[in-house]
Design a binder for this molecule. Structure first.
Ligand SMILES: Cc1ncc(COP(=O)(O)O)c(C=O)c1O
Length: 481
């Protein structure tokens, strides 16, 4: 539905009331019922973050000479991250607006680096990066934007980790970058960073560790004396690492850090245009103008907690993740796909039930989480706020399992078979139809959640290209103006 302009301006009070009303249709994330998307640092820090964000919301980090305050804060934040995850004073970094932007910058830097450092790259060919299928789609986005070829290697069905041998087998004269996650988002396992980085060093190519979700957790677990595998710039051969502050740093959205082994490499991510009528234009990251709000809030947040505050928070996260794991294993009908706590992420699967139906019934009860496809499972990013909700979670899980047992799971198989058959005949029409029905199912706040059929169907589709079209159509339908 289109919205007409109001001719006369509206009062601030009226608008704020309407904004609150709009907010009421969103998921609840401060009460421990969400396991993704928003990460709550607590009532004590939140008002300060709102204030810091607002204080710098219109200051522009594009120009470090105009806004010296932001330049200082960004340097301070990068320096603190280097202290935690770096290998020495030669490391250099940048704040970006999120994990995706950090990863875009790493792939762009690798491409620029390759053009000067890899003269053996045959002319007219695409540089290649090797990454596991569990690596975040931000790498696919970067490959798409920057014309880098992706070579995806599988992960083991037991450990959910890639085999270093598979990286080795696929390295060729065009390979510029090896990617590992610490941990991967779907399964929460730390890839074999030490072996992958050693391979990169041996072949004189780059190695990035995506620690967007878990870098702070692992870094502070190590500080707390817990056993953590090598995952950061201290590992020989790792040339860059990305860490999001707006996830487990509990900072407002729009804050991540990408750290490089040295300034020479970081320089490859920068951009400069000297031929513009408006003067010399330089920028460090993808964005041009960018709000100073997230930078100021991150600067304040890191210092508000300090090392001790984060260690305390992540000790709680460790204890909670262990409790979640234990209780999942003790719940009839489901199991945890990993048997040890490697990070703050777990996934719940089932051998006998349609786990997506369990997820739907949980969603009816107000819970929010992502759904993994391999194996079909419920993703949990465990946060401090789950200390208040863990009891209710398991009561509702048992209840949802009972409800899911009563449902017939044959529907998804039939829908999958129909979709596969129809896609072969009339791809576009079936795709649009499925997309329309799913836009409604995913976007409406209906009484009952029904995503199990679409998730089940996605798993059975033979042509994943068709699945991409469904997803893009859904996006088109969501943003229909
Ligand atoms: C491992 C990992 N990398 C990258 C990203 C992308 O981060 P963002 O959504 O902040 O762009 C995520 C997001 O969940 C992630 O978990």
């Amino acid at each position: 539905m289109s919205k007409p302009w109001n001719t006369e301006g509206r009062s601030a009070g009226d608008l704020l009331v309407e904004l609150e009303k709009l907010k009421s249709s969103d998921i609840e994330w401060k009460n421990g019922k969400s396991f993704c998307l928003s990460y709550y640092g607590g009532d004590d820090v939140y008002p300060m973050l709102e204030k810091a964000n607002a204080m710098f919301m219109s200051e522009n980090a594009l120009n470090p000479t105009a806004f010296k305050s932001l330049r200082k804060m960004e340097n301070d934040v990068v320096s603190m991250l280097r202290d935690l995850l770096g290998s020495g004073p030669e490391n250099r970094g940048t704040m970006t607006t999120g994990g995706t932007e950090s990863i875009l910058m790493v792939v762009k830097a690798a491409r620029e680096w390759a053009s000067s450092a890899l003269p053996r790259l045959p002319k007219g060919t695409k540089p290649k990066m090797i990454l596991p299928t569990t690596a975040h789609p931000a790498f696919d986005k970067a490959a798409h934007y920057f014309g880098v070829e992706m070579c995806k290697i599988p992960v083991s069905g037991q450990s959910f980790r890639p085999d270093p041998e598979d990286y080795k087998k696929n390295i060729c004269e065009r390979t510029i970058l090896l990617v590992a996650s610490a941990p991967s988002y779907p399964h929460g396992v730390v890839d074999p960073v030490e072996q992958v980085a050693a391979l990169a060093a041996k072949n004189k190519i780059l190695c990035h560790v995506d620690a967007c979700i878990g870098g702070l957790v692992l870094g502070f677990w190590r500080e707390a004396g817990l056993k953590v595998p090598g995952f950061d710039l201290k590992v020989p051969g790792v040339t860059s690492i990305s860490v999001d502050l707006h996830k487990y740093g509990f900072c407002p959205k729009g804050a991540s850090v990408v750290l490089y082994k040295n300034g020479k490499l970081r320089r490859k991510q920068f951009f400069c245009c000297t031929g513009w009528e408006g003067g010399v234009y330089i920028s460090t990251t993808v964005l041009g103008s960018k709000s100073g709000g997230p930078i100021a809030a991150a600067w304040a947040c890191l210092q508000y907690f300090g090392k001790d505050g984060y260690v305390q928070k992540f000790n709680l996260v460790h204890e909670l993740t262990c409790r979640f794991l234990e209780r999942i294993e003790a719940t009839e009908g489901v199991y945890s796909i990993t048997k040890e706590v490697e990070s703050s992420i777990l996934a719940i699967a089932s051998k006998e039930l349609d786990i997506y139906k369990v997820a739907d019934r949980m969603q009816d009860k107000g819970w929010t989480f992502d759904r993994n496809t391999t194996p079909p499972s419920i993703h949990l990013s465990v946060m401090p706020v789950h200390a208040v909700s863990i009891g209710l979670f398991f009561t509702d899980l048992v209840d949802s399992i009972t409800l899911a047992r009563k449902e017939d799971s044959s529907g998804k198989k039939i829908l999958g078979a129909i979709a596969n058959a129809a896609i072969k005949l009339t791809p576009k029409s079936i795709i649009q139809k499925v997309a329309r029905s799913q836009t409604k199912a995913l976007g409406d706040s209906s009484e009952r959640t029904e995503t199990a059929s679409i998730y089940g169907m996605m798993g059975t589709l033979e042509k994943k290209g068709a699945l991409g079209e469904v997803a893009l159509d859904i996006l088109d339908n969501f943003y229909d103006q």
